[in-house]
Write a protein that binds this ligand. Structure first.
Ligand code: NAD
Length: 368
């Protein structure tokens, strides 16, 4: 790792520096702490919009394995505002023109792409070519072909690629995954998952424009899709989808609402919805011995677990984004695959591509 010093080497260096400076009494515990701090990877956020500013930056004040050291933005006022707020050295602040120079910056180990969906592919590939590990927000890209290019670029550059599936790091989702594995309520038959919100952003926002990869299925759709997959622990074998649009002048070429049905092995069916037209958020799973799930299931906090026989479960509050970035960076430090790889992002995009084909063919059943 470029800016990581071997712990022993670092401690030796510290002792030498202390002696040279005439300081003979730096406590070993302080040196150990400083060595531990050296173990934090440096991360740069690319795109300083809502998710970066409101969620990732505050989360990076809590992380153990990674710290915010760089920013990439096209807006000089944001560079100044957040550079000052988070004490970012000027040489670690880039714009979209000089972004590739990041390759020469050893302080930055990881680049986190938090841009409109249509820009994910370009910036993941540029980050990989710069020799940086990459985290990319969901949805991974515009389609499966782009995902394959991104995975290949990261493999070629020998860098890690993670997708920002924050719920995989949340204990509620992990409990649902565990139930899928252990089946304490018997075999699962039906999954129902819906995630949406009433779109309050300006109607010219990129999230309602097709060329930026907008639309409900791209924005909130990954949540019910992921939920269907992790609730069953299986991959779907066929999909059908329908799209609705109450105002084609606002939602130009994108869906306002998508409903989709996934068929899994063992006759398991998932019935899912995603929308910009209503605030909706639940995951319900029917198994032989009863119904369980989460309501809500995909928020940043405030999740709630429901079990058969009117039982419930809850976990202490945690920070999904901090845990996600810590776990991803630990996998980099330990030289193992990320818990949420590019291949995981690709699996979702293959299914979203099939949904589009189903819609084009009037709701036809598409075999995966
Ligand atoms: P946003 O519109 O608030 O921010 C996007 C940023 O990209 C802005 O700072 C904008 O200035 C910048 N940008 C650079 N070039 C641009 C261009 N040509 N057009 C438009 N913007 C440009 O969006 P957001 O809500 O922060 O979403 C960013 C990414 O994060 C998306 O991929 C989204 O799906 C994802 N996201 C994930 C979560 C999550 O919970 N994991 C939550 C929100 C958003």
């Amino acid at each position: 790792m470029s800016n990581l010093l071997n712990r022993r080497h670092f401690l030796a260096q510290m002792s030498t520096a202390a002696l040279a400076a005439g300081i003979s009494t730096i406590p070993f515990s302080s040196m150990a702490r400083m060595a531990n701090e050296q173990k934090k990877l440096g991360i740069a956020l690319v795109g300083l919009g809502y998710y970066s500013k409101d969620l990732l930056m505050p989360a990076l004040e809590q992380t153990k394995n990674v710290k915010l050291v760089g920013l990439v933005t096209g807006t000089p006022s944001k560079a100044k505002q957040f550079g000052d707020k988070y004490n970012i050295p000027k040489e670690n602040i880039y714009n979209y023109q000089n972004f590739d120079d990041i390759s020469k910056n050893p302080a930055i180990d990881v680049v986190y792409i938090v841009l409109p969906n249509s820009m994910h592919k370009e910036y993941v590939i540029r980050a990989a070519k710069a020799g940086k590990h990459v985290i990319c927000e969901k949805p991974m890209a515009l389609n499966a072909a782009e995902c394959r290019e991104m995975i290949a670029a990261c493999k070629k550059a020998n860098v890690s690629l993670s997708i920002g599936y924050r719920l995989h790091y949340d204990p509620y989702t992990q409990r649902i995954m565990q139930i899928a594995k252990e089946q304490p309520y018997g075999p699962i038959s039906i999954v129902q998952a819906s995630a949406g919100f009433r779109m309050g952003r300006p109607t010219d926002h990129w999230k309602v424009k097709s060329q930026y990869g907008g639309g409900a299925i791209m924005d909130m759709g990954p949540y019910p899709l992921q939920a269907a997959r992790y609730s069953t622990g299986m991959e779907p074998i066929a999909v059908t989808a329908q799209q609705y649009n109450s105002d084609p002048k606002v939602f130009i070429g994108v869906d306002e609402t998508t409903t989709f049905q996934l068929e899994f092995p063992n006759n398991i069916v998932a019935n899912c919805l995603t929308t910009f037209a209503a605030n909706v958020n639940y995951l319900t799973i029917n198994a032989q011995k009863g119904e369980y799930g989460l309501n809500p299931f995909s928020g940043y906090s405030g999740l709630h677990g429901i079990l058969p026989n009117s039982q419930t479960f809850d976990f202490p509050p945690m920070n999904q984004q901090a845990t996600q970035m810590d776990e991803m960076c630990l996998s980099i430090l330990q030289n193992r695959p990320s818990p949420t790889t590019g291949e995981e992002g690709l699996r979702d995009m293959i299914i979203i591509d099939a949904m589009r084909e189903s819609v084009r063919k009037g709701g036809a059943r598409i075999v995966l």
